[in-house]
Design a protein around this ligand. Sequence first.
Ligand code: FAD
Ligand code: AMP
Length: 482
Amino acid sequence: MANQYDVVVIGSGPAGYHAAIRCAQLGFNTACIEKWLTKDDKTVYGGTCLNVGCIPSKALLDSSHKFLEAQAHFADHGIKTGKVSVDVPTMLKRKEKVVSQLTGGVAGLFKGNKVEGIAGTGKVVAKGKVEVTGHDGKTDTLEARHIIIAAGSVPIDIPPAPVDNETIVDSTGALEFTEVPKKLGIIGAGVIGLELGSVWARLGAEVTVLEALDDFLPAVDRQIAKEAMKIFTKQGLTIKLGSKVSGSKVSKGNKKSVTVEYTDSEGEQKAQFDKLIVCVGRKPATENVVDASVGVELDERGFIKVDDHCATNVEGIYAAGDAVRGPMLAHKGMEEGVMVAERLADKKTQVNYDLVPSVIYTHPEVAWVGKNEEELKEAGIDYNVGSFPFAVNGRALAANDTDGMIKLIADAKTDRILGCHIIGPSAADLLQQVVIAMEFSSSAEDLALTMFSHPALSEAVHESALALHGHAIHIANRKRRK
Ligand code: FAD
Ligand code: AMP
């Protein structure tokens, strides 16, 4: 029967397309339903990550970084450029090209792996049954032995600043400004707010970030967060903590602006911006993806309830990615998608939720994994810390990229690495070395005894491991041990 599948996946973001491809590799007859349409009504795979998330934001971060380098830093290398200017439409076009190359890549991977891509909106209507509503409104019912829901997430709206997609935008709109706003306001100093703020600040916008919390980056190691605040402020971002937005008013007329009302420790304040980006978090896109009669349980925030292996409470129905608990990160969803597929093939695959790396792709990048000092103190675990600044790393100096540091934390008794916290150039890639070490239960000494090529930024990882035992070569050691 044409509409019968072993596996039907709803959503083709990182969680969904990884699940679908791995299922097909394992021999399951697999379909993946996707509702996303481009502005010219073409179905595209890849979800938030490829279309309006990780990839386009990094494309603009890279373009704006190059602009800033040319404008402010080439001269230090003895490179003369004359006046450097930005052509925003060309920058956006390049971003779109990168996006379509990757979304087209997923379509190619579906074809190559024999995953059937189905355009439309999927809804689980019964155990083993998914209804698809096509873009023409016609419905069809698919039968599946297993169903994987990977519906992802959407930006959260807040009543004080309703998105109008012109003056007040969400993260998607912030990837599409056709000119650099003179004064840009951002609500929320989270990962997305800081990345988008960096893009437009580098291109010349005067950026103010309003953050309700008194703490900056509360999930990040305090020392690293403090360093990040110092560096971002030096780069020109004005970050106002303890500033809760309570209202906004968009002016009428041709050249619109928005007046934002917020409350800080000194009382009620107002600020005027040409554009405002609302980046206050994301919520699971789980409304209408499962009919209530199926009995799949959701939590009070709309996340589909799953166990450690992404199984819902209903047999044969699984959920992964941003639609379920845990950090809303593409790589976390990818691993979950693969895990579900492999467990359907009776493999014992698990996701190590203790080792989900987090990255903020500012420059320098902020990256962390495992426990930070505050968490270890609270848990009463004795630990040692080894820190190393990029200011004395030869490769960082050669590149004129010396802001930041690495902190490695290990158990005081066993020396097992418990966490790593980095602010610095290529922090994401450096952190990954430690993630691998931690996955293999490495001690700090194991890292210290590993040979690192010279000159490389990763020598800072090595030196932080040496510093943890008081043996660092290129800094004075706080505690020297024999
Ligand atoms: P999504 O990527 O949201 O995909 C879900 C898909 O399901 C969508 O395509 C949607 O159209 C489809 N869908 C939903 N319901 C249905 C339905 N009923 N029928 C058919 N299709 C449906 N994460 C990182 O790890 N690193 C980053 O650098 C990073 N940067 C980001 C930058 C921005 C600006 C944003 C917004 C997010 C960023 N993220 C980043 C987060 C990352 O994009 C998400 O964690 C990731 O996309 C979640 O993957 P997913 O597969 O769960 O869901
Ligand atoms: P994240 O969850 O990492 O995307 O970050 C979103 C940030 O937005 C959080 O740090 C919130 O504290 C912040 N936030 C949420 N609502 C408001 C508000 N009304 N005014 C200012 N900041 C807010």
